[in-house]
Design a binder for this molecule. Structure first.
Ligand code: SF4
Ligand code: SF4
Length: 55
């Protein structure tokens, strides 16, 4: 996953739908931990297109 900080509204929606629990929202910063399964839930749920499939 590629995270576009300039497009993010920090709503937290992606964090809530990540089955691998690798997304962290902390004081206007999204961190992607190791272990992403590329399920694309975050891409689908993001209302602003800030999560993008790298491939
Ligand atoms: S769902 Fe999109 S806008 Fe909301 S915190 Fe995640 S990346 Fe940012
Ligand atoms: S693609 Fe799936 S596993 Fe990876 S960060 Fe997004 S929701 Fe989490």
């Amino acid at each position: 996953m590629k995270f576009k900080a300039d497009m993010c509204g920090y709503c937290g929606a992606c964090v809530g739908v990540c089955p691998a629990h690798v997304l962290l929202l902390d004081s206007m910063q999204i961190t992607i931990l190791e272990g992403c399964t590329e399920c694309k839930n975050c891409v689908l749920v993001c209302p602003l297109g800030a999560m993008q499939d790298e491939n």
